[in-house]
Design a protein around this ligand. Structure first.
Ligand code: FAD
Length: 453
């Protein structure tokens, strides 16, 4: 039962999200942000001014109705809030921790103070609601869909299609589901059990998961199209870009994806003492913060632009600083130094010129001699892209600007009838691309069915 919500007066100050002490965080991969208590969640949700136009929902790539669930939390009805969230979002427990919260950027309260903590309230809604029943499957259509890739995109596509009664098989190359989200985002931001909670709700859906099955090596497209009525391809971005500078093959130079995947899988329990991380995005922040947790004595993040141009989330940058990471701005790696084993890195000081095609000011080298920084490990976190190796060319799948798979922007349709593709640079964007494709696949299957009957 919902309690009466008192009349609104804009409160510009957010109910504080408590954090583990940064000194304790360094030694542990335990979750760093503490949940709101029930009362704190209600108090924070009551700050929402319930705008006439749902700016938060419009900013959300999967159109989560935050305005409605905030109202329900404000009234203490966590079960109803949970239902609104789960209606559009099968990975809500995860997104309550790692979403880039585009809704908060659009929240008008931001103009007068801190935006409503919508992401943290999503987490609270699921924490304080009773656990949800598994999703019901729709009446069976007799049609089958193959989904390649068990990351957020593949899971979103499978969730939508299974609820519409299609039998789905998810083919995943590795031995686990969740893609980069579960495989690389460190446990202090996303513990494994959170994803497990999201997956429990999939239990009643007609989805078969086949792990350790790589496309097209283990199953090619012709075979898939002979066994399934449609195919969705959601491969993610698993190819790390290289810097292309001398010394990149030295022992001690690692790619961020490999370093983070090994750390998350528990295959790495230490790192050499002096670590340099190259890059300015969230992957760089995760690498630096993980290196500190693995016992590095000194971690320096080298970024070629200034703090203002850093693409990483502000909160991630602040948390990395609090934990002791140093930042070397306007600095670009020129070469790695050492014989077989990394001993240092040569850095070129940069300045900022006019904006480039990304809209950010372009870094240009200053006419000064390079400097040398000693280090024993370097983690390259400059960017990653989809690995199209082996993907049939006749699908016409391209790499988008952010390195993700791109096909038809509104439907995800590829050049082959019945084959769709998509992904995104964030969890929620990958899910949004998969949603567009899954709705198009469903329409394609309905049309096929009606043609046959
Ligand atoms: C370190 C790090 C931190 C991040 N932090 C955040 C964050 O805080 N918030 C956020 O929103 N986003 C974050 N992201 C981005 C986010 O993880 C991705 O955008 C999202 O996972 C993309 O989903 P996807 O399903 O398209 O791809 P993926 O998550 O990569 O999943 C694709 C899946 O397909 C499988 N696969 C690949 N090729 C094949 C094949 N040939 N055959 C079969 N299976 C295959 C892969 O093994 C994988 O499981 C982060 C990424 C990294 C690397």
């Amino acid at each position: 039962m919902s309690e009466a919500v008192p009349k609104k007066r804009l409160n510009p100050q957010r109910v504080v999200v408590r954090e583990e002490d940064p000194r304790d965080r360094r030694g542990s991969f335990a979750e760093a942000l503490h949940p709101y208590t029930r009362d704190e969640a209600i108090a924070e949700a009551r700050r929402c001014i319930q705008c006439g136009k749902p700016w938060c929902m419009e900013a959300c790539p999967i159109s989560q109705d935050a305005r409605t669930y905030l109202k329900l939390i404000a009234g203490g009805d966590f079960d109803a809030a949970r239902d609104v969230i789960l209606r559009d979002n099968p990975l809500a427990d995860c997104l309550g921790r790692v979403c880039y919260h585009y809704c908060e950027a659009a929240c008008p309260v931001r103009k007068r103070g801190e935006p409503i903590a919508i992401r943290h309230l999503k987490r609270a809604a699921l924490d304080y609601a009773t656990s949800a029943a598994p999703y019901p499957a729709g009446p069976a259509t007799g049609q089958r869909v193959a989904v390649i890739g068990g990351g957020p995109a593949g899971l979103m596509a499978a969730w939508i299609l299974a609820q519409r009664g299609h039998a789905v098989t998810v083919f995943e190359a590795t031995n686990r589901l969740g893609g980069l989200m579960t495989g690389t985002i460190p446990g202090y931001r996303l513990p494994d059990e959170v994803f497990a909670r999201d997956m429990e709700r999939f239990a009643s859906l007609p989805i078969e998961f086949r792990i350790l099955t790589r496309f097209p090596r283990d199953l090619d497209l012709d075979r898939l199209l002979s066994e399934y009525d449609a195919v969705f391809v959601g491969l993610g971005t698993h190819k790390s870009k290289r810097l292309g500078i001398p010394g990149e093959n030295l022992d001690g130079v690692l790619t961020a994806l490999r370093f983070l995947a090994e750390t998350k899988a528990g295959l790495r329990s230490s790192i050499r003492p002096r670590v340099v991380v190259i890059g300015g995005g969230d992957v760089a922040m995760d690498s630096a913060r993980s290196a500190l947790r693995l016992g590095a004595e000194e971690v320096t993040i080298v970024y070629r632009r200034s703090r203002e141009e850093m693409p990483a989330d502000d909160q991630e940058i602040r948390e990395a600083m609090d934990e002791g990471a140093r930042f070397e701005f306007l600095s670009a790696p020129k070469r790695f130094l050492g014989i077989r084993r990394l001993e240092g890195i040569e850095l070129q000081q940069m300045n900022l010129g006019p904006p480039d095609e990304s809209g950010r000011r372009k870094p240009v080298p200053l006419d000064v001699p390079p400097t040398m920084m000693r280090c024993d490990a370097a983690i390259v976190a400059v960017s990653q892209e989809a690995d199209l190796d082996g993907i049939p060319l006749d699908l016409g799948i391209r790499l988008g600007k952010d390195g993700t798979l791109e096909a038809d922007p509104t439907t995800g349709a590829t050049a082959r009838n019945g084959v769709y593709a998509g992904g995104g640079g964030s969890v929620v964007h990958a899910m949004a691309a998969a949603k567009r494709a899954a709705l198009a696949i469903d329409a394609f299957l309905v049309e096929r069915r009606t043609r046959v009957t």
